[in-house]
Design a protein around this ligand. Structure first.
Ligand SMILES: CC(C)(COP(=O)(O)OP(=O)(O)OC[C@H]1O[C@@H](n2cnc3c(N)ncnc32)[C@H](O)[C@@H]1OP(=O)(O)O)[C@@H](O)C(=O)NCCC(=O)NCCS
Length: 164
């Protein structure tokens, strides 16, 4: 397993991974993935500012991604010291320790730089992710309004937080 910083060369596989996990219709509240151009712009900023975005490879195939983007990148007026976490491991490569290795890398990066808070949104039904976040001592912050997944199922997002 190789966990490493993302680079602009990873735009295509990171985009494909996001689309693939999104198409499962069970995890992100967002049903339409952003365009590849949006990924390109985001990864250019990641390279320029050194934000904590990591990928993991298995036999030279990119199989996982974990990213922390500052709130200031996600919305105008946001705090640059608060990071929003998102992560995806390719189906078929889960439960092999990739998610934990990615999360360890981004949390360390945040601790070593100037992110004082990592926040995330996870669905109550997502027991795999919730168990992973619990094991890293993320704490519950609040329940968010229900959302409808791509599959049509109604789920309940929860906001969680870690002070690395
Ligand atoms: C959540 C996700 C990133 C975990 O990645 P992973 O590579 O499978 O995780 P790991 O193998 O490193 O597992 C680490 C820990 O997570 C928890 N976990 C992972 N999969 C689990 C499952 N199916 N059931 C229960 N706990 C699980 C366990 O605590 C596990 O530790 P353990 O193996 O010592 O018991 C992965 O399942 C995924 O990509 N899911 C779809 C997208 C998603 O949910 N993203 C997060 C949205 S908030």
């Amino acid at each position: 397993m190789e966990v490493r910083r993302v680079s602009l060369d990873d735009v295509q596989p990171v985009f494909e991974l996001y689309c693939e996990v999104s198409a499962e219709g069970k995890y992100p509240a967002r049903t339409n993935p952003p365009s590849i151009e949006t990924f390109e712009r985001a990864l250019a900023e990641v390279e320029a500012y050194g934000w904590p975005v990591y990928v993991v490879e298995h036999a030279a195939e990119l199989v996982g991604n974990a990213s922390v983007y500052p709130e200031s990148f996600c919305r105008a007026g946001g705090d640059r010291h608060i990071g929003f976490l998102g992560m995806q491991v390719k189906q078929g490569f889960r439960r092999r320790g990739y998610g934990a290795a990615l999360l360890k890398a981004v949390v360390k990066h945040c601790r070593d730089t100037d992110f004082h808070t990592i926040e995330l949104m996870v669905l109550k039904s997502n027991t795999a992710a919730r168990s992973l976040y619990d094991s890293f001592a993320f704490i519950w912050v609040e329940d968010l309004p229900p959302c409808t997944l791509g599959s049509g199922v109604i789920d309940h997002p929860v906001r969680m937080r870690l002070t690395p």
